[in-house]
Each structure stands twice: as C-alpha cells, then as structure tokens.
Design a protein around this ligand. Structure first.
Ligand code: ADP
Ligand code: MG
Length: 254
C-alpha cells in the first residue's frame, strides 16, 4: 500500500463543504474531502448517493452551488473542465466514453490535451512525444495488440482499460475512476487492479476511485469515504468502513 499522508504533506485535491442541488434535491451536501499525493482513495455509497455528481463537481463538469474545490493549492471552484485537465486532473466515466467507431490508437491520440486543433491535425501531425506516450501507455495496459481494433469491438473490461489509458494521455497527477471494474470479467478486474497499483507505485499517480468491488477496495485503497444521500457518512480504512454499523445499514437497510 502506498504511503499514508503525513501532516507535513499538503493535499493534492480538497473539497470544502461542496454542495450540488438538482431542483430541491441535494445530490451532494456539504462534502469535505482531502486526497494526498500518492494515495489511492475509495469513494463508496449506495446507488444514487451522489458519487458521480461529486466527481462531476471535482472535475468541474458541473458547477457547484456551495463550497470550494482546491487542486494543488489553487481554488478551481467552477472553472472549466479543460483547465482542470491541463492542471493535471483526469477522470473516467461510469458510462464509458470511448469513441466506438474509432480505433484504440485513434482514441488514445484524441485524448491528449485538447489545444483546439481539428481532427486532421491530430491524426496526421501529432507530435512524436504524443505518439510515444500513446504507445507506452497501450503497452502498459496490455492493449498494444488491439491498437488497430475499433474500440466498439473491445470487451467491457478492455474498454475500461482503454478509458484509463485515455485519461492518462494528458499525464495527470490524479485520476478519478468512476466504477472502473463495473461490467468487467474477474480476470480483467485483476489486470485493472494490477495496472492501477503499478501506476500508483511506479508512476506516482494518485487515484480517487468510485468502487463497488470490495476486493478492489480492500487490496488497493489506503482510505475510503462513504457517501449516503449526498452526505459524507463515514471515512476510514477499508477495515474500519466494513465494520461501521452506519455504513452497513446504509447499504443493506436495517
Ligand atoms: P451515484 O453515482 O452515487 O449512483 P449520482 O451522483 O449519479 O449517484 O446521483 C445522485 C442523485 O442525483 C440521484 O438522486 C440522481 O437521480 C440525481 N441526479 C444526478 N444527476 C442529475 C441530473 N443531471 N439532474 C437531476 N438529478 C440528477
Ligand atoms: Mg454513479
């Protein structure tokens, strides 16, 4: 497991009393969290508890109604998603966002930092550095042999791996993973876990992962936050969370 934060380290990503309303519904309600460099942190909670909405807020895809989001010491509250991406925050989506009619290789190239070029420029004159990066990441994610396949022909798990690769193209410091193991067969879940571990330990990547897979959480996460009805219900180590009565009740009812 990666190093636990010490008081001397500044958090990489902070949420301060973040709230997001949809009409009368507080999808996210006064949530605080701190993610430290080098951590793998889990975010769990029943369906509809606000996990994806919180990711949308943290990545500035949704504006927030109250609170503050701080990334690398800078207030990024309600800035644009591309600015946050440039600063080093990437994410994946619960509902996969690979381009099914493009090849794996094209998906990787199109995912590097967007600088306003048209598609022709991206595919014809992408710089050597970007191509090398795409090659290395596909190698790392064991997708090289599929690089000429249409993304739509890949299995669910391979598409999840590809989306992780796409998120890594801008060379982020933190990656927010929204259910990276959902719809994935057990063998590929192990591959995804293993790759995340490698990216964390050898490439210094920090992760915040929405997960339902208990093995993923126990094996990979240093700490876990639990959301329920938009609010932070608990936080602690995977062991503490699993032994927490309020958490068990939120998941399974009384
Ligand atoms: P989770 O990811 O934990 O399953 P979500 O963040 O997707 O939860 O949803 C939290 C709550 O916010 C749910 O009640 C959901 O119906 C609602 N919600 C999410 N997105 C929207 C939206 N764009 N408009 C209205 N309600 C939404
Ligand atoms: Mg969700």
């Amino acid at each position: 497991m990666s190093q636990l934060p010490t008081k001397q380290t500044a958090p990489l990503l902070e949420a301060r009393q973040v709230s997001k309303y949809f009409g009368g519904l507080a999808a996210v309600n006064q949530v605080d969290l701190d993610i430290y460099p080098g951590e793998i942190v889990g975010l769990v909670g029943p369906n509809g508890s606000g996990k994806t909405t919180l990711f949308d807020c943290l990545s500035c895809l949704q504006s927030i109604d109250k609170g503050k989001i701080i990334f690398k010491g800078k207030d990024i509250t309600n800035t644009r998603p591309y600015q946050v991406s440039r600063m080093g925050l990437s994410r994946t989506f619960q509902k996969l966002r690979v381009y099914r009619q493009m090849t794996v290789w094209e998906n990787m190239l199109i995912s590097r930092q967007w600088r306003g070029e048209n598609l022709f420029v991206i595919f014809k004159v992408t710089d050597r550095h970007t191509r090398r990066r795409a090659r290395e990441l596909l190698e790392l994610l064991q997708l090289s042999r599929l690089q000429h396949e249409y993304a739509g022909n890949l299995s669910g798990g391979q598409q999840r791996l590809l989306e992780i690769g796409m998120a890594l193209m801008p060379d982020p410091e933190i990656i927010l993973l929204d259910e990276a193991t959902s719809g994935v067969n057990p063998t590929l879940i192990e591959t995804i876990k293993d790759r995340i571990k490698t990216l964390n330990r050898e490439y210094n990547k920090t992760f915040l992962a929405i997960e339902h897979n208990i093995n993923f959480i126990s094996d990979l996460c240093d700490r876990v936050y639990v959301l329920n009805q938009g609010e932070k219900l608990a936080e602690g180590t995977p062991q503490e969370i699993q032994a927490n009565d309020a958490v068990v009740e939120a998941y399974f009812g009384t």
